[in-house]
Unconditional design. Sequence first.
Length: 234
Amino acid sequence: MQRTKIEYAELAWNPIKGLCPVACSYCYARRLYHRFNLVDKDPYLDEKELGAPLKRRKPARIFACTTIEPFELSVINYMKHVFDVMRCCSQHTFLLLTKIPGNFKDFLKETPGNVWLGTTITRQNEVDRAYRLREIPGPAVRWISFEPLLEPVWKIDLKGIDWVVMGRLTGGRGTGPAKPRWFEELIEIADGYGVPVFMKNNLKALPDLRRKMRQTYPTPNFGTLARFVRSRCR
Ligand code: SF4
């Protein structure tokens, strides 16, 4: 585990290593694999790294699987082991992000109750991921990461969604064509549903958004958390 620059997490934990098969054009992790000539590495479970959260007693918000898609078919079976460790670490909160929430139900039963499970949406034709996310049982928080937002998303049902994160394409991934209006529209939609919004710092570069910045966190589902704690106390 190591410290992360992801603003809403403290640590990154990557117990599944290897080149992510999803191959998003903007992926920083794939670029690193190419730079270090590790492109022949198929996904595998790093058993030493798997136990890392168990060694840390102090509670932390840990982003898991930041360099690979956790529900891709060649990866998802390893997630059973990752979930087992998460269940044993009730002191921590684990964030997890997927682009393929629809794969979950064929391979896994439910997430541990200390998981904040999110899906990435970068354009309008991906909004069905929010509906698949709602069908997954277990997480204390269901959230959507609109990062990098590549096109306007003007219509999305946020019922059952607890948190929205948004950001633009930045850094080595190019500056991207993001327009302030895309984010303002999403904020209006989130406000309409009463969903808290976390705007990444990279949005401060868009002058129209600078004064509208907010970084709000969700309230975890206490019923889910209580069930999780009770199940661990038996
Ligand atoms: S799913 Fe995530 S880790 Fe995989 S290629 Fe896309 S951005 Fe990279």
